[in-house]
Design a protein around this ligand. Structure first.
Ligand SMILES: *Cc1c(COP(=O)(O)O)cnc(C)c1O
Length: 408
């Protein structure tokens, strides 16, 4: 049967201890043992089904982890206190002094800063490459490379990684392909395409209510066990554990993800098409004008669409700022970073989320001053939203010098 990520979440069945339809929340940091011998065995890493201490594992975190593993089609998963709390232990677990990472150059600003500024302290070096150019990726691999790192759909430029092709490269050179799938949950299933490790910032679409940060690492049982190892696991020892109350709350939000993703995608597709018709430089993987449109199509679980993220270029930072302020005043969304909220969120990535990337590098990769990144919300009437956005653009003379692009 075809892999159906939303069904896989839906089909899980956990009752609370009193028959509640939601699993009970584990409200304990530590757990009793019936015998001292079992406690000893647990420290040695071989007491299946025993809880020891909540930084290691808690029932609530296991429930959420299992649901996310079912969604991604991996053996298991480990949730964490934030997306960065998932990404950093994976890199530290897979790399030691002298090792090397080949990473996409257009990735989340925090991940970029970690690889560029922080891991060199441990003598872990990173080559940043254009992930859409497979020959360039391959040429960057050295005998010390351990990780091939990318985002399915990159932040903020919405470049699309050809995950199956990258997985082949990773196999050939015995690397781990680590994919951050935050921008395209349900739409793309990286593990099914050959990724070894799939990461999400749960903060975004998956939780969807902008009320917490959270993260997850999905992978093999063996790798997750390594991350959680009491003596040598980076997740266990760096300690970015999600709280049980919060994981119970994220699990409840996860159940509507499939409906939300369909609506985010539907609204973003409509706006991207309309913006492009207005002559605005629009980037959205669902547009045939997107350089990786066909690759996205070949990878996607069609029902969930091309996602909720799009960018437009309005020419200058001043215009971008004026437009964002005006749209917020008209209640068309919020001038805020992050994504996956019910409201549309917009920001100018050059000056906000990607400020860790030096200016000359930003220009080289197409991160222009006038770029606005949108996370399109769940608006019930997206035609009205568009008309109101268009009126803002007209008032600010943004549509003056448009080139009309044909929608094929
Ligand atoms: C937000 C984000 C992260 C970091 O997640 P936090 O939950 O903020 O720590 C990582 N990758 C991507 C693609 C993101 O959008």
């Amino acid at each position: 049967m075809k892999f159906k990520p939303a069904n896989n979440i839906q089909d899980l069945q956990y009752f609370g201890e009193f028959g509640g339809v939601n699993p009970s929340i584990s409200d304990s940091s530590t757990y009793t043992f019936l015998s001292a011998k079992t406690m000893f065995d647990t420290f040695e890493g071989n007491a299946d089904g025993c809880y020891l201490y909540s930084r290691h594992t808690s029932p609530s975190n296991l429930y959420l982890g299992e649901a996310l593993a079912a969604m991604e089609g991996t053996e298991t998963a480990n949730v964490s206190a934030s997306g960065m709390g998932a990404i950093t232990p994976v890199i530290m677990q897979l790399c030691g002094a002298g090792d090397h990472v080949v990473s996409s150059r257009t990735i989340y600003g925090g991940t970029y800063a970690f690889l560029k500024n922080f891991t060199p302290r441990f003598d872990i070096q990173t080559s940043f490459v254009d992930i859409t150019k497979l020959d360039v990726v391959e040429a960057a691999i050295t005998k010390n490379t351990k990780i091939l790192y990318c985002e399915s759909v990159s932040n903020p430029l919405l470049e699309v990684a050809d995950i199956a092709a990258l997985a082949k490269l990773a196999k050939k050179y015995n690397l781990k392909l680590v994919v951050d799938n935050t921008f395209s949950p349900l739409s793309i299933s990286p593990a099914k395409l050959g990724a070894d490790v799939v990461i999400h910032s749960l903060t975004k679409f998956i939780n969807g209510s902008s009320d917490t940060v959270g993260g997850v690492v999905c992978g093999t049982q063996e790798f997750i066990n390594e991350l959680k190892d009491v003596n040598s696991g980076a997740s266990m020892l760096l300690g970015s554990t999600m709280d049980s109350l919060r994981s119970a709350s994220v699990l409840k939000n996860l159940r509507t993800l499939h409906i939300r993703m369909e609506q985010h995608s539907k609204n973003a597709t409509y706006l991207a098409e309309q913006f492009q018709l207005l002559g605005l430089k629009t980037v959205y993987p669902g547009l045939v004008s997107h350089p990786s449109h066909e690759i996205f199509k070949s990878m996607m679980n069609e029902k969930y669409g091309f996602g909720g993220m799009l960018t437009i270029d309005v020419g200058s930072l001043d215009k971008a700022n004026a437009l964002m302020e005006m749209m917020q005043n008209k209640n068309l969304g919020y001038l805020a970073v992050s994504l996956g909220f019910y409201k549309t969120l917009f920001s100018a990535p050059g000056t906000s989320t990607s400020s860790e990337i030096p200016e000359d590098e930003q220009v080289e990769m197409g991160l222009t001053d006038g770029l606005i990144r949108f996370s399109i919300g769940l608006d019930a009437d997206i035609e009205r939203t568009f008309e109101m956005m268009k009126a803002c653009m007209e008032e600010l003379d943004i549509l003056e010098k448009r080139e009309v692009v044909e929608l094929v």
